[in-house]
Design a protein around this ligand. Structure first.
Ligand SMILES: *Cc1c(COP(=O)(O)O)cnc(C)c1O
Length: 470
């Protein structure tokens, strides 16, 4: 793909055009781009990202979105429906996470614009809650502990809010957090710790009951990041995969907040996630008030100001249209597919699955660089996400993989890819995609990090710029 897709097909708008174009013409251009892009994932060969993949469902969501896309949910007098949508999304998510088991708080939540939004609001809530309850926790220099596998959104939030981030190591076999390390690194400035259900890289679940015990014992918060697993793992438990998925929700004492992404396995539109709290004191600690502003008395429930009613309406519509039954059926097909794909991986003694994953799994090899496998699979249209330290690739199974024929294609292509990897390794050749996705040989250094950041900066710059004038 070129750095500037479509530059050769459509006018590049370097200035705001003096005269507008017809709606039909604009829509035709948009349709052409969408139609060029959708086939890349419709095959079922792309990990994650298109969680539902059902165009009829998308059309339904688009209609729900369209009815409220133009309203600002900050102004409830104009869109009272937003209160119904937000209240019910939160209540339904709390129900899914067994908030009924909570006897030591008043469960509450908020709807955010994505997983990162939920995570950074949780961090802000813990920081502000600690600041408002100084007797419970000193907050001279707040810190937060995440397993190394915790999502970068925790690093981002800590960076934004001046919170020191401590990264706990994981067990290389299970890929779960070292709970003793966490215990030894909690101090009087620790506002909270976290565990994933499941993490993005390996799809494994941290030992949440043990972390919960620790959180209760030491009087710190515990966030469970179920951004990825929140709408699948509760159904995995119901479907009898309980051994693979230990308790991670509000039934675990000490779990004080949970994030679950509506825009992943909640099957809603991008831009929606739910953040739940064991007790509303956490949520309310980060409410923002400015009662004396000359522009009028101001308050907002989170970081954003104006928000679209459309995304909230679509998230609500997805939940009530699917219901528990719909989510359970989807989870069942996804889990069955994932385990068939994992069996295909296990049929190769050269490949190793990391930890005990469910719907999202990563694998690596001791015999060759796994990016050789990624290279061969890429030629067949497969798109995995890459891990490093150690090099691994992962597949987050979504509904497009549950189509007939996808698991058989995966197994056959994987056979060929393993043969390719052996052959390239014997020939002493380095994999192509390792340079982008794999770890720096010998480990990360300051120099390597600087080089990679420079590359990333140029890429981000390009993604927000125009093609050069030819
Ligand atoms: C996707 C994801 C996030 C962050 O979500 P965004 O929606 O990309 O902001 C956080 N945690 C996990 C485990 C995720 O998979």
């Amino acid at each position: 793909m070129s750095d500037f897709p479509y530059a050769d097909r459509f006018t590049v708008n370097r200035v705001l055009p003096e005269r507008g174009r017809s709606r039909e013409e604009v829509l035709a251009e948009l349709r052409e781009m969408a139609q060029a892009e959708d086939p890349t994932w419709e095959t079922g060969k792309v990990s994650g990202t298109m969680y539902c993949g059902d165009h009829e469902h998308y059309r339904f969501l688009d209609e729900a979105f369209g009815l409220f896309a133009h309203v600002n949910v900050l102004q409830r007098d104009i869109c009272p429906s937003a209160t119904k949508f937000e209240g019910e999304i939160i209540a339904m998510a709390l129900d899914l996470m067994h908030a009924d088991a909570v006897s030591d708080g008043e469960p509450a939540g908020m709807v955010t614009t994505g997983g990162t939004g939920s995570i950074i609001h949780a961090l802000l809530a813990y920081r502000e809650h600690a600041a408002k309850h100084p007797k419970k926790r000193s907050v001279a220099r707040p810190n937060f502990i995440k397993p190394e596998t915790g999502h970068p959104a925790f690093d981002k939030g800590c960076h934004l809010f001046g919170i020191e981030l401590r990264r706990a190591p994981i067990d290389p076999q299970t890929t779960q957090v070292d709970v003793d390390w966490v215990a030894n690194n909690i101090d009087e400035n620790t506002i909270a710790i976290m565990g994933s259900a499941c993490n993005y890289g390996y799809g494994t679940v941290d030992p949440i009951p043990e972390l919960g015990e620790l959180a209760v014992d030491r009087g710190v918060g515990l966030h469970v990041d179920a951004c990825l697993g929140g709408f699948v793992l509760p159904f995995a438990q119901e479907l009898g995969y309980g051994d693979a998925v230990p308790l991670f929700d509000f039934r675990v004492p000490g779990v004080t907040s949970i994030s679950a992404d509506n825009h992943k396995y909640g099957y809603s539109l991008k831009g929606a996630s739910t953040l739940l709290f064991r007790d509303k004191a956490y949520r309310n600690a980060q409410y923002f008030y400015l009662p004396d502003w000359s522009g009028g008395k101001y308050h907002s429930p989170g970081i954003e100001g104006s928000r679209s009613g459309g995304l909230i309406a679509a998230a609500w519509a997805s939940m009530v249209q699917l219901g528990r039954e719909g989510y359970r059926d989807y989870a069942k097909a996804i889990l069955q597919t994932a385990f068939v794909m994992q069996d295909a991986v296990r049929s190769h003694p050269e490949l190793m699955i990391m930890g005990s994953p469910t719907f999202c799994f990563a694998f690596r090899s001791n015999e060759f660089d796994i990016y050789h496998v990624a290279d061969a699979m890429k030629a067949g249209g497969w798109r995995f996400n890459g891990q490093q330290y150690p090099n691994a690739i992962h597949m987050a199974v979504t509904r497009p993989q549950t189509q007939p024929g996808v698991t058989a294609a995966f197994a056959a292509d994987l056979d060929d890819a393993v043969a390719y990897a052996k052959q390239k390794t014997a020939a002493g050749e380095a994999p192509i995609s390792a340079a982008i996705y794999g770890g720096v040989p010998g480990g990360m250094t300051d120099e390597a990090a600087q080089f990679i950041e420079g590359f990333m900066e140029r890429m981000l710059d390009t993604q927000q710029s125009l093609p050069p004038v030819s």
